[in-house]
Design a protein around this ligand. Structure first.
Ligand code: ZN
Length: 307
C-alpha cells in the first residue's frame, strides 16, 4: 500500500511538472537584440537571432530597433540593465550620448554581450566600443585602429603593418578549428567541424584584447582570403564584462534562404555564447545535429530538433 501511494504521488508530481508553463520550470534569460541599421540584411538577421534564442526555451528576447539611417536617434534609449545579455546586430549611426553611456555602464558593471557579425564593423571612431569588441573591420579602420591579429604556427601574432582593417574572400563552406577546447562555450563540441556557406572575416584590426580565442579558420588565398589563420569566435578581455564575439553569420536574402545562420554550428555557438555571456556558465550538451568534420548541418526552422 505504501509503495502504491509512493507511485501515485510521483505520478501526480510528474503530471504537475508536465502541465507547468516552461517559464515556471526554469527561468528564461532575458536578451535584448539591438538592430535597425546595418550594411547587412538586418530585417532577416535580427529575426533569425530572435528565433534561435527564443526557440531554445532558454531565452526570452526583446528587439529594439533604432531609427533608420540619418533619422532621429534621440529616442533610442534602451534600458540595458533589464537584460542578462545584449545581442548586437547593429552597424550604423552613432547612438545618443546618454545611450553610449548607459551601454558602457551596463558592460562595465559586468554585463553580458554578444557581438554578432557586422556589429564589429560599427563605431570605428568610438575607442571604448572597440575595446569591447577587441577586433573590428571596415568603416575606415587602419593601423591606427590597432594591429592585425592572426595565428602563425598556432600562436597569436599582433601585426602592426599598415593597411585597411576588414576584408573577406568569396563565400564558402569552411572548417572551424577549436583553439580552447576547455572553455565552457566549446567544451564537448568537436575540435573541427564544417561551417555552412558564409563569409570568413579576415584582416580584422583593433585593440586585439582577446581573452580566449575559441575558433579560428584558414582564409585561403585561393578563395580571395588573407592566407592566414584568422580569429573567428572569441571572448574579450574587458573588465568584469562577459563579451562573446562571433564573426560568422552573414545574413541571406530571407529567413528561408539564410544558410550561414541556419547552420546548426552557428546556432549552437550563439546559444552557448549567449548563455555564457548571461551567466558565465554553459549547461547545454552537445546537440545531436552538430556539424561534423565532413559536412555542415542545418536547422532550417532555427530550432534544435527533439531527440
Ligand atoms: Zn557579411
Amino acid at each position: 500500500m505504501k509503495r502504491l501511494f509512493a507511485v501515485l504521488t510521483s505520478l501526480l508530481l510528474l503530471s504537475a511538472i508536465a502541465i507547468m508553463p516552461a517559464s515556471a520550470k526554469s527561468k528564461r534569460f532575458k536578451a535584448l537584440i539591438v538592430s535597425g541599421q546595418n550594411n547587412h540584411n538586418w530585417p532577416v538577421s535580427h529575426k533569425a537571432l530572435k528565433l534561435i534564442l527564443d526557440n531554445s526555451g532558454m531565452f526570452e528576447s526583446d528587439i529594439v530597433l533604432t531609427a533608420a539611417a540619418g533619422g532621429d536617434m534621440s529616442k533610442f534609449t534602451p534600458d540595458f540593465e533589464k537584460y542578462d545579455v545584449v545581442v548586437l546586430d547593429y552597424n550604423g549611426d552613432r547612438w545618443p550620448a546618454e545611450t553610449d553611456a548607459a551601454f558602457l555602464r551596463y558592460v562595465q558593471n559586468g554585463g553580458g554581450v554578444v557581438v554578432y557579425h557586422a556589429a564589429d564593423n560599427a563605431f570605428a571612431g568610438w575607442e571604448e566600443f572597440n575595446k569591447i569588441i577587441a577586433l573590428g573591420g571596415w568603416e575606415g579602420r587602419t593601423e591606427k585602429s590597432g594591429p592585425y591579429y592572426y595565428l602563425k604556427d598556432s600562436k597569436p601574432v599582433l601585426d602592426n603593418s599598415p593597411g585597411p582593417g576588414g576584408s573577406h574572400g568569396r563565400q564558402r563552406e569552411y572548417p572551424m578549428h577549436c583553439r580552447s577546447a576547455k572553455h565552457p562555450i566549446t567544451k564537448g563540441l568537436p575540435d573541427n567541424w564544417i561551417h555552412a556557406q558564409d563569409e570568413m572575416y579576415d584582416r580584422m584590426r583593433g585593440p586585439a584584447n582577446i581573452k580566449d580565442l575559441l575558433y579560428s579558420g584558414f582564409a585561403d588565398k585561393a578563395t580571395g582570403g588573407s592566407g592566414r589563420e584568422e580569429p573567428l569566435v572569441f571572448t574579450v578581455d574587458y573588465g568584469k564584462a562577459r563579451v562573446f564575439h562571433i564573426m560568422l553569420g552573414h545574413a541571406g536574402a530571407t529567413l528561408e534562404n539564410n544558410p550561414a545562420m541556419q547552420c546548426a554550428g552557428f546556432q549552437t555557438l550563439v546559444l552557448r555564447g549567449a548563455e555564457w555571456a548571461a551567466t558565465g556558465k554553459v549547461k547545454q550538451p552537445l546537440p545531436a545535429d552538430f556539424p561534423t568534420d565532413k559536412k555542415p548541418s542545418f536547422r532550417l526552422d532555427y530550432k534544435q530538433p527533439k531527440k
